[in-house]
Design a protein around this ligand. Structure first.
Ligand code: DGT
Ligand code: CA
Ligand code: CA
Length: 570
C-alpha cells in the first residue's frame, strides 16, 4: 500500500463528510492530512510501524486511527460507514461546475434528482428555482453546465459530426484571415462515433480567426481560448476544438491533429529512431532544420512512407504497410457504380421508382438495385407477388427509357422465424439479386437468430446478408449472433455481407476489417428510403475504407454484367 492510496482514502472520506454536511473544520483536517501524506518523503507504513503517524501535519488521534485500520486491513470501516449515507447520485451531480455537496444534497432530498440527466430535465422544467438559494439565474447556469458535462460524456455519431464540421470549415474559409480550414481528428478518420469535433485552421492571425469562429451562428459560446487553440460549444452542446497553425505548417498539423493518438505515437517514434523530431509544426533534424511540414504527403515521404489514407490511421498495421508500399488500394466513392439496397413507394420508401432512378443517374451511377421489403414485414407494406410483378413491368419500361442506365429488381427478404426465406424459391429466382434481413422479433434476445442467418446464407438464392448484426446506433443493440460463424459461412456460401450506410454502423468497420481479412465480399449500401438518403453511400464507403477494403471486394464497384455474373455464380 502506498502513500497515494492512503491520501486518496482520506480525500474520499473528506468528500463524503462534506456531502453529509459535516463541520468544515473536520472535512478540512482530512484534506490537509491527505495533502501532507502525498508530500511525505518516506513510506507511511514505516511511520506507522515506528508509531510516528502523529508527526504528520494534520494527523490527530482520530485520523491516525483511520490510517492504522486501513494499513492493517486494507479496508476502511470509516469510509464504508459514510458511503451508504451519501445521497444517491451526489457524486455524479458534483461533476457539474458550481454544484457543491450542499446543493447536491438539496437536489437529491427535495426533488429526488440523482443524475445529470435528471437535473437537465428538472432545470428545463424550471423546477429548481424556488429551492433555498436558487433563482432563475442559478437554474440557467446549472442547466448550461449540466448540458456541457452530459455532452462531454456522450459520443456523437459521424453522420451528425461530419456534416457539421464540413459546414463549419466552409464558413470559416470565407474569412479573409483564414487561408484554409479542414475537419481533422476522428472525423477525418471517419470513425463511427466522435468524441469532439476538431477543425484545423491555417492563418497568420489566430486571434482574428477565433473571433470569426466565435461569431458563427452555430456557435453558442467560447469555452477556452489560447494563442493557437480555441474550444467552442455549439447550441447543441457539441464541443469543437479549433487548432490554428501558420500556412507553412499545414501539412504537419494536418497529420498531427488527424491522429489517432496511437498512430501519432508510432509515427513520432519512427521519426525519433532516425534522429528526427515530428510534431505539429514540422519534421525537424536534430540541429533544428525543418525539411518537411508544408504538405502532409511531404511529411510521410520524408519518413520514407507512402501517404496513408486517414481512415487507416489507427496504428493497426498501416505504418508497416506504408513502409513496404503495400497499403490497400481502398475503395472510393467514385468507384461506386450503383447502390445495392434502396426502397421505393412499392414498400416503405418515400420516393417513386422513377425518382430514385433519376437521382441515381444524377449521382453518376450506372445501375440501381431497388430492394423493397418482402411480404411478411407488414409494417413496411411489403411486396406481394402481384406487387413485385407490377414493379417488374414498371422497371422494364423505365429501363427502355433510361438505357444504358439499368434498374435492377432486388428484394429485401425477411428471414422467417423458422429460418426459411419469406418467398418461394421459384419466385425468388426471378429477382436480379436477393438480400436477406432479420427484422421481426429481433428486439428480443432470440436463440433462433443465428440459425436464421445461417439458414438464409445456405439458401442458394440468398445473395447478400443485410445489416448483419442488427444493431442500430443509439437505438438497438446488435443481436447475439456468433459473427465469426456468420462471416465464415458467408465466405463458404459466396454470400456478400452488407456495410450499411444508414444509421446502423452495421457491419461496423472493426467487424468488416475482420471479415475482409478472412476474404469476404461486400455490398455497400445507403439503405435509402428517399432520394436524399442515397447520400448514405458516403458513410458505407467510409466504413469500408476503415476496414481496408479494396474495389475488388465490393460488388457495387462492378458494372451490371459483372455484378450479375458474380451474383448468379455464387
Ligand atoms: P475523439 O475526439 O475521441 O473522437 O478522437 P480524436 O482522435 O479526434 O481525439 P482528440 O479530439 O482528442 O484529438 C485529435 C487529435 O489531435 C489526436 O490525434 C491528438 C491531437 N491532439 C489532441 N490534443 C492535442 C494537443 O493539445 N496538442 C497536440 N499537439 N495535439 C493534440
Ligand atoms: Ca476529436
Ligand atoms: Ca479534440
Amino acid at each position: 500500500m502506498r502513500n497515494a492510496d492512503v491520501a486518496s482514502l482520506l480525500d474520499q472520506i473528506a468528500g463524503l463528510l462534506d456531502i453529509k454536511g459535516e463541520l468544515l473544520l473536520r472535512v478540512r483536517a482530512f484534506r490537509e492530512a491527505a495533502q501532507a501524506i502525498r508530500g511525505l518523503g518516506e513510506d507511511i507504513a514505516t511511520l506507522w510501524r515506528e508509531d510516528r503517524l502523529s508527526d504528520i501535519r494534520g494527523v490527530g488521534t482520530s485520523i491516525a486511527g483511520v490510517i492504522k485500520a486501513y494499513l492493517r486491513t486494507g479496508h476502511s470501516a470509516c469510509l464504508a460507514d459514510l458511503q451508504p449515507q451519501e445521497p444517491a447520485g451526489a457524486l455524479e451531480l458534483m461533476q457539474i461546475p458550481g454544484l457543491g455537496p450542499h446543493r447536491a444534497r438539496v437536489l437529491s432530498e427535495q426533488l429526488g434528482i440523482t443524475s445529470i440527466e435528471g437535473l437537465i430535465r428538472a432545470a428545463t422544467n424550471q423546477a429548481l428555482r424556488g429551492l433555498p438559494g436558487m433563482g432563475a439565474t442559478t437554474e440557467a447556469k446549472l442547466l448550461r453546465e449540466a448540458n456541457r458535462v452530459a455532452a462531454r460524456s456522450r459520443r456523437i455519431p459521424l453522420f451528425v459530426a461530419w456534416p457539421l464540421a464540413e459546414d463549419m470549415a466552409t464558413q470559416l474559409q470565407a474569412d479573409p484571415a483564414i487561408v484554409a480550414a479542414a475537419p481533422v481528428g476522428s472525423i477525418r478518420r471517419r470513425k463511427e462515433t466522435i468524441g469532439d469535433i476538431d477543425v484545423l485552421l491555417a492563418t497568420t492571425d489566430a486571434a482574428a480567426a477565433f473571433r470569426h469562429a466565435a461569431s458563427l451562428p452555430l456557435v453558442r459560446e467560447v469555452v477556452t481560448e489560447g494563442p493557437a487553440h480555441c474550444t467552442v460549444l455549439t447550441h447543441d452542446h457539441l464541443q469543437i476544438d479549433l487548432w490554428a497553425v501558420t500556412p507553412d505548417q499545414w501539412g504537419a498539423a494536418l497529420q498531427s491533429y488527424t491522429g489517432s493518438k496511437a498512430h501519432n505515437i508510432h509515427l513520432r517514434t519512427l521519426a525519433a529512431n532516425r534522429g528526427l523530431k515530428l510534431n505539429q509544426y514540422g519534421l525537424f533534424r536534430a540541429d533544428g532544420f525543418r525539411f518537411a511540414g508544408e504538405t502532409e504527403a511531404g511529411v510521410f515521404d520524408a519518413l520514407g512512407l507512402a501517404w496513408i489514407p486517414p481512415e487507416l490511421r489507427e496504428d493497426q498495421g498501416e505504418i508497416e504497410a506504408a513502409a513496404t508500399d503495400s497499403l490497400p488500394d481502398l475503395i472510393e466513392l467514385e468507384d461506386i457504380r450503383g447502390d445495392c439496397h434502396t426502397h421505393t413507394t412499392y414498400s416503405d420508401g418515400r420516393n417513386r421508382l422513377e425518382e430514385m432512378a433519376d437521382a441515381a443517374i444524377a449521382r453518376g451511377y450506372a445501375w440501381l438495385l431497388v430492394t423493397d421489403h418482402s411480404y411478411s414485414l407488414t409494417i413496411a407494406k411489403g411486396l406481394t407477388q402481384a406487387k413485385a410483378l407490377a414493379q417488374r413491368r414498371a422497371i422494364a419500361e423505365l429501363n427502355r427509357r433510361l438505357a444504358p442506365f439499368r434498374i435492377l429488381q432486388g428484394v429485401e427478404l425477411e428471414i422467417r422465424m423458422d429460418g426459411s426465406l419469406d418467398c418461394d424459391d421459384p419466385f425468388l429466382a426471378t429477382f436480379d439479386m436477393v438480400g436477406a434481413s432479420l427484422h421481426p422479433g429481433t428486439r428480443r434476445p432470440n436463440a433462433r437468430h443465428p440459425a436464421r442467418l445461417l439458414g438464409a446464407m445456405a439458401d442458394p438464392f440468398g445473395d447478400v446478408i443485410n445489416q448483419p448484426t442488427g444493431g442500430v446506433f443509439g437505438k438497438q443493440a446488435p443481436y447475439e449472433v456468433d459473427m465469426e460463424r456468420v462471416i465464415e459461412t458467408a465466405i463458404q456460401t459466396g454470400t456478400a455481407l452488407e456495410i450499411n450506410g444508414s444509421h446502423r454502423f452495421d457491419l461496423s468497420s472493426a467487424l468488416a476489417r475482420h471479415a475482409r481479412d478472412l476474404g469476404a465480399v461486400f455490398t455497400l449500401s445507403s439503405d435509402a428510403h428517399s432520394v436524399a438518403e442515397l447520400d448514405g453511400m458516403r458513410y458505407a464507403v467510409a466504413f469500408a475504407r476503415r476496414a481496408w477494403i479494396d474495389k475488388a471486394h465490393v460488388l457495387n464497384a462492378r458494372d451490371v454484367d459483372s455484378l450479375l455474373r458474380q451474383v448468379w455464380a455464387a
